[in-house]
Design a protein around this ligand. Structure first.
Ligand SMILES: Cc1cc2nc3c(=O)[nH]c(=O)nc-3n(C[C@H](O)[C@H](O)[C@H](O)COP(=O)(O)OP(=O)(O)OC[C@H]3O[C@@H](n4cnc5c(N)ncnc54)[C@H](O)[C@@H]3O)c2cc1C
Length: 784
């Protein structure tokens, strides 16, 4: 007993000593922080200027709350719901509708290899290329949300059109001019870009520098040269770029290159760094016009080259003062475009899939039943519905953030990565449900082109593997963490004394932060997170999700800190671990966006299955990502300890239930209000000769015919059609009418349904040469 009391006293003394030490900053600074600071500075990896620019660019938004372990749900619920003005809504209902009507995807992708001149003319004249350009420069000056809505709708119709609109409104000349252009550049180019009098392209990628774009070999040297008959100070630029969207037809080329000033003509550094210039196509030496062939997508994309092309310094965006600041400019502007372009394009494709495949699955019968009613088919239908709901939630929330003035660098990367990955799953599932109909290309195939082109979104604006492995957690850890960035900044502070003081503050804040989250994670694990505070104004059916998200957030914050502490700079090379942490952060973001949407749209009861399934699936994936991280943590003792803290009583989530999945699948194959909300941006031309329109009409006709079909099936069971060769899947309606099983009106209804069904299940066929053979001009010449 005495031994125990002595031990307790020693322990209490030790705790008191440590507490005294850490609560007296000068003491802890002298005894601890100084030494740690020295070691920290020696192991902190050197960071290039471009790396620093990438990390520092943009803002931290809701993802920061999730990262820091204790998300403030009131904040999420208070973010304004993005809406459109009357002018923006009218543009969606009229101009966007008309633009969609002007393009036929099959014609664009096989006959014209481009949009028609009429479609091009329309989007230029109506300002589609200047959605983000303010009104004072002649643009539409729309919100980020309206921009996203427009791209989403166009993407349900024709990729060539949506990409041709998306790219000029994303990271490129207009965006860069708006933020960094000189007044002269703005007033010259922006009105012309807004009206489509100039077509922009932006060229960064080179054959030798794709993902690692900061290493572009394209270079320029400051020198004197002749410009419009006069000798001026300029630069001689050499470049070789590929994959540049709109390059084949652009009139103004945004160009990124590294600028050198060996003779000190600008007075400063010799290697000025990456610089962005606007180069008119007419500049002598600019090579443009050839095309790549990106997976049958007919948006214009191709290479551009130039060798020793002389251009004046005023070609630099922002003028010569912005020489060398190109990378920072690009990184600062990246988040806005990335928040909108790919999330919108992929949400559009998902909406199209949900609408058309859901309808098709009710119209198409096999084994005397709509294929969408088979449990096996319900599974992909459920994923299509729930993922579309979630993708659109993320798209809307991230666009809303841009309208709030954010440039969310990590959230935009999460949105880009996950909406394109979910888009790929949705379209793949759609292809499985529609079987051969999706495989044989032709004017009546509504999904084959989307299936072909899905990998484009995965690759562009930061290829997905790299984004998951390096950006989501890597950039998140530095930007969202309350102390890591401060510690790094302290280490780089040229004022060593101030650096040490800042480091000491950050370090001890960091230590308490980690300990706090360790206790919170354990407590929430032991109590099943039942005691986590959730605001009263959330839907009761979602309350547990908020509690479990808070629990996961605390566990994530702890895991992130332990990983950084144990692995240090090594974590950057451990991409699989980093990717799994990125997955957890992302999954929490996707769930937050889904919950936000559910609240914003008034807790629609009919949509609840979509929301529930999406959240269960995503939380289960987050849990699996934790498992992957813990099972592979290199220090097994630490990994096991973490597991005991995070999941002390086992796992809270299973895969989503089949019952909810069934409810989702049912709403996908019926003309429900939930289906309408889910696919609200889908372009729906209601004509039989339009593949998606035909499905809509056939779906309604199918539903009207189902009670009659049921009667025919009952008669069939009674043997009414015994040995009647007409009683086959195609002709049984006629047989039923002939035998008086159904009335004339009912027969008419079935005939109408059969007519529409046959349009929907029709697959195109072509002459042997597909009708594409052209007389060979070389053969003709040889004959002469
Ligand atoms: C249709 C299309 C349009 C485009 N439009 C433009 C445009 O308008 N302007 C422009 O400048 N560029 C454009 N691009 C270029 C695009 O941004 C690049 O293709 C992209 O950055 C990837 O480069 P890459 O294709 O060379 O792949 P690579 O860099 O060769 O990468 C190959 C694979 O390795 C992965 N990877 C690379 N590094 C890492 C790492 N450290 N960790 C983990 N994985 C890694 C990548 O994720 C990818 O999966 C376009 C590309 C395409 C295909």
């Amino acid at each position: 007993m005495i031994v125990f009391q002595i031990l307790m006293l020693v322990l209490a003394a030790l705790v008191a000593a440590v507490f005294a030490l850490v609560s007296i900053p000068p003491l802890r600074c002298a005894l601890l922080s100084r030494k740690i600071f020295k070691v920290y500075k020696s192991i902190l990896p050197q960071m290039s200027e471009t790396e620093r620019d990438s990390l520092e660019a943009g803002t931290v938004w809701w993802e920061g709350e999730l990262f820091r372990g204790n998300p403030d749900w009131c904040k999420l619920l208070a973010y304004p719901v993005p809406t459109m003005t009357a002018e923006e809504q009218s543009f969606m209902d009229n101009e966007v509708e008309q633009a969609c009507a002007l393009v036929q995807d099959w014609q664009v992708t096989t006959e014209l290899n481009d949009m028609s001149p009429e479609a091009w003319g329309y989007i230029k004249e109506r300002g589609f290329l200047g959605i983000i350009i303010p009104k004072k420069y002649g643009g539409l000056g729309f919100s980020a949300y309206a921009h996203s809505q427009i791209v989403t709708k166009l993407s349900t119709r024709c990729s060539a059109q949506s990409v041709s609109v998306m790219v000029p409104n994303s990271l490129g000349p207009a965006e860069l001019l708006l933020h960094y252009g000189t007044e002269e550049q703005k007033s010259h180019y922006l009105p012309r870009l807004a009206k489509g009098l100039e077509i922009p392209a932006f060229a960064l990628t080179s054959p030798w520098a794709g993902s690692d774009a900061a290493s572009i070999p394209d270079s320029a040297t400051v020198c004197k040269g002749l410009w419009q008959g006069k000798e001026v100070l300029g630069m001689r630029v050499t470049w070789d770029k590929r994959y540049i969207t709109l390059a084949p037809i652009c009139t103004i080329l945004g160009l990124a290159f590294r600028l050198y000033d060996p003779d000190g003509l600008l007075g400063g550094k010799k290697d000025l760094g990456i610089t962005c210039a606007l180069v008119p196509k007419t500049t002598p030496g600019v090579e443009l016009g050839r095309r790549h062939f990106p997976l049958n997508a007919m948006f214009l994309n191709g290479p551009t080259r130039g060798k020793d092309v002389f251009m004046p310094l005023h070609y630099i965006i922002g003028g010569k003062d912005m020489a060398g600041k190109g990378w920072r400019m690009l990184m600062e502007c990246l988040a806005a475009g990335r928040s909108i372009s790919l999330p919108s394009a992929n949400s559009g494709m998902a909406q199209l899939t949900a609408r058309a495949v859901g309808g098709y699955a009710r119209v198409r019968n096999q084994f005397k039943m709509a294929v969408g009613r088979f449990e096996g088919v319900e599974e992909p239908l459920t994923r299509i519905g729930a993922y579309t709901y979630m993708m659109d939630s993320v798209r809307k929330m991230t666009a809303g953030a841009v309208d709030l003035g954010e440039k969310p660098s990590v959230a935009s990367a999460i949105a880009k990565y996950h909406v394109t990955e979910l888009g790929r799953k949705v379209v793949n599932d759609g292809m499985d449900v529609i079987g051969g109909k999706g495989i044989c290309l032709g004017p009546s195939n509504f999904l084959g082109r989307a299936y072909q082109q899905i990998p484009i979104g995965i690759t562009v604006e930061g290829a997905n593997i790299l984004t998951r492995s390096l950006i989501l957690f890597g950039q998140g850890a530095i930007r969202c963490h309350p102390y890591v960035f401060r510690e790094m900044q302290a280490a780089h502070n040229p004022d060593a004394a101030q650096g040490l003081k800042d480091f000491d503050d950050a370090l001890f804040g960091h230590v308490f932060y980690t300990i706090r989250h360790g206790f919170r994670a354990l407590w929430n694990g032991l109590t099943g997170s039942h005691f986590v505070f959730v605001p009263d104004n959330v839907a009761p059916e979602t309350r547990r999700y908020y509690q479990q998200l808070t629990r996961f957030s605390a566990a994530f914050a702890l895991s992130a800190d332990v990983a950084m502490l144990v692995l240090g700079g090594e974590l950057k090379r451990r991409e699989k671990l980093s990717a799994r942490l990125g997955d957890i952060l992302s999954m929490m973001f996707l769930c937050s966006a889904t919950l936000k949407r559910y609240e914003s749209e008034g807790r629609q009861k009919d949509d609840a299955p979509l929301m529930h399934w999406a959240i269960w699936d995503t939380m289960y994936k987050a849990q699996t990502a934790f498992d992957g991280f813990l099972a592979n943590f290199p220090n097994r003792f630490v990994g096991n300890m973490l597991r005991r803290i995070i999941f002390p009583l086992g796992h809270p989530y299973d895969v989503p239930s089949d019952r909810i999945g069934h409810q989702v699948a049912r709403l996908m194959i019926s003309p429900t209000v939930a289906r309408n909300r889910l696919t609200a941006e889908c372009y729906l031309p209601m004509h039989e000769h339009e593949p998606v329109g035909a499905i809509e009409l056939a779906l309604q006709a199918t539903i009207n015919a189902e009670p009659i079909d049921a009667r025919i099936r009952a008669a069939e069971k009674e043997g009414v059609f015994a040995n009647d060769p007409q009683a086959n899947v195609r002709d049984i309606a006629h047989a039923a009418f002939s035998r008086g099983v159904i009335s004339r009106d009912e027969y008419a209804l079935l005939k109408r349904r059969n007519h529409l069904r046959d349009i929907v299940i029709h697959v195109d066929d072509f002459p042997f040469d597909f009708g594409f053979s052209r007389p060979n001009p070389l053969a003709a010449n040889a004959a002469e």
